[in-house]
Design a protein around this ligand. Structure first.
Ligand SMILES: *Cc1c(COP(=O)(O)O)cnc(C)c1O
Length: 265
């Protein structure tokens, strides 16, 4: 949420549905209560998590989103639409975008045409000419339907659950926290570091493990997995499981491969 330090009055509250790193969801209903009370614009960054709305089982994570003034959502993430395909939804009856961005060019978008001129959306964006990115989403939707999207979302949650449970049972893997979404952050501890958590150089040594494994996997061409530090937590791997093609066999390979590449470190 926006920072309200030193008595500054915020006019926009931005909440997140599915943070990029850990996949956390803000409590939208509770935030909407605050926004309503103080007449604040409520924006939801659902770039990553917005696709959960297709799942009857998981859409509760975004309960209250219907009270937001604006929502951003990227079908090019979890739904795997080709880059780029982004959506901005506004709850607005005042033609706000047009008021903000309209250039009033006399050679464009004549107002006295025979049809509803609100259909001319060029004047609602900063850039005027845009690619028809929504076509990709529309075609996918036609092809697999809402139930196809729902299946993908549910499969992604089931896959990350499988991977998490398997990691917990496999020596040397340590997860940062239980996944709320389909993000899984974890460390791989080579045998030389196991049980050495209290050693002075533990963090320094652990910090080198993920970058070396990543270098090895790239040079051998077997996988691509991201890593990062976070606050006082040293480099950990971060995976997001969402491709509908990922199978249990792939996830088993994933764990075996990390172990194969890192067990001598
Ligand atoms: C990916 C992501 C963004 C950025 O989206 P772009 O379309 O790349 O600008 C913003 N917020 C969250 C939570 C994201 O995961």
């Amino acid at each position: 949420m926006s920072d309200t330090t030193k008595g500054a009055v915020p006019f926009l509250v931005s909440c997140t549905s599915g943070t990029t790193v850990q996949g956390a969801f803000d409590p939208l209903d509770r935030i909407a209560d605050v926004c309503e009370k103080h007449k604040l614009w409520m924006h939801v960054d659902a770039a990553w998590g917005g696709s959960v709305l297709f799942s009857k089982c998981h859409r509760h994570l975004m309960k209250g989103v219907e009270r937001a003034n604006s929502v951003a959502w990227n079908p090019h993430k979890m739904l795997t639409a080709g880059l780029q395909c982004s959506v901005l939804l506004l709850q607005d009856t005042t033609n706000l975008l047009k008021k903000c961005h309209c250039a009033n060019a006399s050679y464009l978008f004549q107002q006295d045409k025979f049809y509803d001129v609100n259909l001319d959306i060029g004047d609602k964006s900063v850039q005027c000419s845009r690619k028809v990115d929504c076509l990709k989403m529309w075609l996918m939707w036609k092809a697999v339907g809402s139930s196809g999207f729902e299946e993908r979302v549910d499969k992604a949650f089931a896959n990350v659950r499988y991977l998490t449970e398997k990691m917990k049972k496999t020596e040397g893997f340590k997860i940062l926290k239980e996944p709320e979404f389909v993000n899984l952050c974890f460390w791989y501890l080579p045998p030389s570091l196991r049980g050495k958590e209290l050693a002075d150089d533990y963090d320094d040594r652990l910090a080198t493990v993920a970058p070396i494994i990543k270098e090895r996997m790239m040079k051998q061409g077997s996988m691509m997995v991201g890593y990062q530090p976070l606050g006082n937590k040293v480099n950990f791997f971060r995976v997001t499981v969402f491709s509908p093609l990922v199978s249990k066999k792939d996830m088993d390979f994933f764990l075996d491969e990390i172990e194969r590449l890192g067990k001598d470190l």
